[in-house]
Ligand binder design. Structure first.
Ligand code: NAG
Length: 397
């Protein structure tokens, strides 16, 4: 009965766990350096990244692609599914850099595209779109500027996770989720100049079950924009600014358009933004609608339009003047929204003369302009107010 005899028996479970985890559970890992990627910021590493992707995607088991620290120059790249497994993790400790010459990626729609994938997670990493040259071109009235590439797009994909990623200076949109189901975007940081054109932070459209959490977005356009066909969308704990706020829209650009339904925006902070929570639609005929929207627990710091519905959007007076928006907006709740407005009108509900906004609810709203209550302006908006509401509600009940 010596104690030395009991030691191996005690360790047996650990040995078994070690044995099984090494033979079964540890995923295959592909380091992009072993496929020839160069962390020098100058050699295009697309071929190496695609070779690593081919291995991970072709594997019958879960696989990891690892990008060590360093700067990796990448031109346009498409990570194409379907894959043979639905558990691929891309762990990025480095920075992916777009070519300095914006023409190289700027005529394609996307810089980094994932298409028809399932169960892909991106963990960490910095994506540097080097967009400043293109922004300057666009601002110089030069009509030969390319329209620019979205930095990261997931298209027609399921079970996607984007965690701890930073996107800086995108040419156009930073992150686009299009045609996807069940996407979690968490701990993401977006930064671009406050006057950079069309650099939306995260754009979601034609997708269901997208969650955006714990993220910080400062950019030149919408922090988050929500396009047609977005349903069951949850946005929580996002800090926005500079930027144009969190926007549903523009909707109603097309005659036939998918709906936006069941969107929750909660615990968000806006700092010096053009808008806070916004719904906007083109002032022209359309079949679209937006309903069951909850804007909750928002703090406004010096925001031009803290609460706004604009159904008369008509940039460049293009095919809309004199028309009413066909988009029907209903059941929108504004709950616990407070802080400061940078303009007199803190609540502006400018709805369609053809489709009144209905079921608009203001609950515990308090917006201040220069130490006075802000004003409210309503056009074609029906609904109710409850709790403490300042400015006084202008809704027709
Ligand atoms: C609304 O969306 C949330 C996710 O954001 C989901 O959990 C909930 O079930 C959806 N509600 C309905 C009625 O579909």
């Amino acid at each position: 009965m010596s104690t030395s005899m009991s030691l191996p028996i005690k360790f047996l479970p650990f040995l078994l766990i070690l044995f099984f985890s090494s033979s079964l559970a540890i995923p295959l890992s592909y380091n992009v350096l072993s496929f020839g990627a160069r962390p020098d910021g100058q050699t295009d590493s697309v071929k190496s990244f695609l070779a690593a992707w081919a291995q991970a995607c072709g594997s019958a088991e879960a696989a990891t692609i690892y990008v060590p620290p360093g700067r990796y120059l990448l031109s346009n790249v498409v990570f194409q599914g379907q894959c043979k497994n639905n558990d691929i993790t891309i762990r990025i400790d480095g920075t992916l850099v777009a070519p300095a010459d914006y023409h190289v990626i700027g005529n394609a729609e996307n810089w980094i595209l994932f298409e028809h994938v399932s169960g892909v997670s991106i963990n960490g990493g910095v994506l540097d779109g080097q967009g400043a040259g293109l922004w300057a071109c666009k601002k110089s009235d030069n009509s030969n500027c390319p329209s620019g590439a979205t930095t990261l797009r997931f298209s027609n994909s399921d079970n996607v996770v984007i965690n701890g990623l930073a996107s800086v200076d995108s040419q156009m949109f930073h992150i686009v989720i299009n045609g996807c189901n069940d996407v979690k975007v968490q701990g993401v940081k977006v930064s671009a100049a406050g006057d950079s054109p069309n650099t939306d932070g995260i754009h979601v459209q034609s997708s269901s079950g997208v969650t955006i959490l714990d993220s910080k977005i400062g950019t030149g356009d919408d922090c988050v924009s929500v396009g047609p066909g977005a349903t069951n969308l949850w946005i929580e704990n996002v800090a926005c600014g500079p930027g144009h706020g969190i926007s549903i829209g523009s909707l109603g650009k097309e005659q036939q358009e998918a709906r936006v339904q069941n969107v929750t925006v909660t615990s968000v902070t806006f700092t010096g933004t053009q808008n806070g929570v916004r719904i906007k639609s083109w002032g022209r005929t359309s079949s679209g609608y937006a309903r069951n929207i909850l804007f909750q627990h928002a703090l406004m710091n010096n925001v031009d339009n803290p609460i706004i519905i604009d159904q008369n959007y008509c940039p460049d007076n293009e095919n809309c003047p004199g028309q009413a928006s066909g988009v029907k907006i209903s059941d929108v709740i504004y709950q616990d929204i407070h802080g400061t407005s940078a303009t007199e009108v803190g609540v502006k509900l400018d709805c369609s003369s053809k489709n009144l906004c209905t079921g608009i609810s203001l609950e515990d709203v308090k917006l201040i302009y220069k130490n006075q209550p802000a004003e409210a302006s309503c056009t074609n908006a029906d609904g109710s107010a409850s709790g403490f509401v300042l400015p006084n509600s202008c809704l027709k009940t």
